[in-house]
Design a binder for this molecule. Structure first.
Ligand SMILES: *Cc1c(COP(=O)(O)O)cnc(C)c1O
Length: 446
């Protein structure tokens, strides 16, 4: 397993994160446990800030959908980044954390009027509008609230980034954005310019996630700059901001070769500046929206090994106390992970096993065919790079409570999300009077 962030092997031969022995974390907080490495998270934010904001005056907006709770909002704010939200729930979290509304960007392809109204009331910085229906709805609501919100229009540049089918979004056949090629994007821009209650500020595209080829990004920037030139020629409007989305790939397993954040910044900013020079207009302000590359490597999940089933000549299953409910990615898109036995990390691998979750689904497998030292019940299995799209995608299938999350740094561990309780699982359940047969069914009046 590759050691991310502050991970190291301590004198006891145990995996340590943020100066905390992971076996002690498991003992103190229980498993499954999300462990967030504060310095790793913050240093990734800083790398982005330095590479984009300091060097190119660009804006860096953290994609909250990858990992969001109150403490994460606080760290993102302290590091000087903006925040992408995609729902009323994420917006609520950000506002409750005291995140400055002006630095919040609201995404999503089907925001409801309630969500738009909530964002208008909060006075968020920018709406990333996905389609014409939303544009008209926002304009109407903004009129009611007497506001003129800043709007960035999401367009699809027709870039087919090399990544998994479900996480590529830049191609023409996509539920996201207005297509440039068909003229729908230009029509959207013209409409935004017409509407009195809309301040058209710029364009957005996001070509996908877990991308390693910087050429895909350069090409997307080229297509967007050509479109900005076309807008200038047809409407006289100089597009002020260009948001090129997120998607930079991270290391999960062998073969993943992440590109340096500075190289990514140089390619994007270089292309935007060069094309602006060529067309003869001021370059738009650049915006990027990294998610996975900030939160992903900062997270590790600790599990306890339980049942071990050896089917001779076929496969050895090592079952852990979590699985698809806390990390749906392997089941959702065959995502691959590395892991180690946190207390046996110095021992050589001696067998190939498959790590199973505890849900009632054959597809609930966390890792197929991984080399580990001999595992025994009670061992702690650490799965790395689970910071992004794990907690945020977690669910209660089989009524499994969501795990707790601890923030580790300099030898101390602080709980930042409590383990969900069984009580919380039934908190919203109600029993109609006629179904209350006897006293053993308690009336729940939360
Ligand atoms: C998901 C998403 C991001 C973040 O993508 P990562 O691959 O996690 O960096 C940024 N912008 C938009 C619009 C997204 O949908």
């Amino acid at each position: 397993m590759k050691l991310n962030g502050t991970m190291c092997i301590n004198e006891k031969g145990h995996l340590e994160i943020g100066g905390c022995d992971t076996l002690e974390l498991a003992r103190e907080f229980g498993t499954p446990l999300y462990v967030l490495d504060e310095m790793c998270f913050r240093l990734s934010c800083r790398d982005y800030y330095d590479a984009f904001s300091i060097k190119y005056g660009a804006e860096v907006i953290y994609a909250g959908k990858t990992l969001l709770n109150l403490a994460v909002c606080r760290m993102v704010e302290e590091e000087g980044l903006g925040l992408d939200v995609v729902s009323g729930g994420e917006l609520f979290t950000a506002l409750k954390a005291g995140f400055p509304a002006g630095r919040i960007y609201f995404h999503g392809n089907n925001k409801s009027s309630d969500e738009l109204a909530m964002a208008l009331q909060a006075g968020i910085g920018c709406f990333i509008v996905d389609n014409l229906f939303e544009l008209e709805l926002l304009s109407h609501l903004a009129g009611e609230y007497g506001q003129v919100p800043a709007v960035i229009l999401r367009v699809t540049p027709g870039v087919d980034a090399h990544t998994h089918e479900y996480i590529k979004t830049g191609q023409i056949d996509s539920k996201f954005g207005l297509v440039i090629e068909t003229g729908q994007a230009l029509a959207g821009v013209k409409r935004a310019l017409e509407l009195d209650n809309i301040y058209f500020k710029g364009l957005h595209c996001h070509i996908g996630s877990q991308i390693f080829e910087l050429e895909s990004y350069r090409y997307a920037a080229e297509v967007m700059m050509a479109f900005i030139n076309q807008i200038g020629e047809e409407t006289g409007c100089l597009v002020a901001e260009l948001d090129l989305g997120g998607g930079l790939g991270v290391y999960y397993t062998e073969g993943d070769q992440p590109r340096a954040i500075q190289a990514y910044a140089d390619v994007l900013a270089g292309e935007v500046q060069e094309k602006a020079r060529g067309y003869g207009f001021q370059p738009p302000k650049l915006i990027v929206e990294p998610g996975r590359s900030i939160s992903g490597p900062s997270g590790t999940t600790l599990y306890t090994v339980g049942a071990i089933k050896d089917i001779p000549g076929i496969r050895k299953y090592v079952a852990v106390d979590g699985g698809m409910a806390d990390n749906p990615r392997p089941a959702l898109y065959q995502a691959r992970y590395e892991a180690c036995l946190a207390g046996k990390i110095t021992r050589p691998s001696s067998e190939v096993v498959s790590v199973a979750g505890k849900c009632c689904e054959s597809g609930d497998m966390l890792i197929w065919d991984i080399e580990l030292p001999v595992a025994e019940p009670g061992d702690i299995l650490a799965v790395s790079c689970t910071g992004a799209y794990n907690y945020s995608m977690s669910m209660n299938y089989n009524r499994l409570p969501r795990p707790a999350m601890v923030l580790v740094r300099g030898g101390s561990a602080e709980l930042i999300t409590r383990r969900e309780s069984y009580e919380a699982l039934i908190m919203n359940d109600l029993v109609p009077e006629r179904l209350m047969k006897n006293q053993s069914v308690t009336k729940n009046d939360h």
